[in-house]
Design a binder for this molecule. Structure first.
Ligand code: CO
Length: 215
């Protein structure tokens, strides 16, 4: 593990290398960013957004929190989403969970860890709502990993159920919400195949623009 002073020294080297490869790189970024992607991922240090998908500074807007949750009363996440969609006009929102997530594990551990209990409460509900399927796994790791996938699926819906996203679709802005899961074991992310790309993909009960489909 590098010492703190080494981080700044690493930073100098990185800046020099970037400038050597592309002398205009930083100058271009000073004026504007135009990322096409918003990454919503876990804070886990093993899941760094840019590195995993090989993107440079300026190419992906990032929001991370414990267990990659999208909670409608979280002003931080909602502000990031609104800014990404309405100002940056990102074309894709990537909700990226990961197997072996400590946040997901904590949520179903029947133990209190403090303030984080409140943050993770939604995952406990998700577990309980799917208890029958969860209990069909005969080992703890598979059960946890399945819940990690279910959690991503729920957060993708939570993104799609916001007024910000639905208003974007209503005005014809191209925007797709994707659910991915990352494996710490091999560094590979996979698409869970649950993308949502328009109002027609939503249950009527969750539509907040344009009234009900039939009415
Ligand atoms: Co995690």
């Amino acid at each position: 593990m590098p010492k703190l002073y080494e981080l700044l020294s690493n930073n100098v080297k990185w800046s020099e290398q970037m400038t050597r490869e592309d002398p205009e790189f930083f100058q271009r970024l000073v004026h504007a960013q135009s990322p096409e992607y918003l990454w919503i991922g876990c804070s886990d240090s093993r899941v760094p957004a840019n590195e995993i998908v090989g993107l440079l500074p300026g190419e992906i807007f990032v929001h991370r929190n414990i267990a990659n949750l999208v909670v409608h009363t979280d002003f931080n996440c909602m502000s990031v989403l609104e800014y990404s969609v309405e100002v940056l006009k990102v074309k894709h929102v990537l909700v990226v969970g990961h197997y072996g997530c400590g946040g997901v594990r904590a949520a179903i551990s029947r133990t209190s860890f403090g303030l984080i209990d409140n943050w993770l409460y939604g995952i406990k509900n998700l577990y309980y709502r799917n208890k029958y399927r969860m209990d069909s796994f005969d080992n703890e790791e598979d059960r946890l990993n399945f819940l990690c996938e279910l959690n991503v699926m729920q957060q993708v819906k939570n993104v799609a159920h916001t007024a910000v996203v639905q208003r974007a679709w209503e005005r014809g802005q191209p925007l797709t919400i994707h659910g991915w899961i990352y494996s710490l074991k091999d560094g590979l992310a996979k698409d869970l195949g649950i993308s949502i790309k328009g109002l027609d993909d939503l249950a009527d009960e969750y539509r907040v623009v344009n009234g009900l489909k039939d009415g």
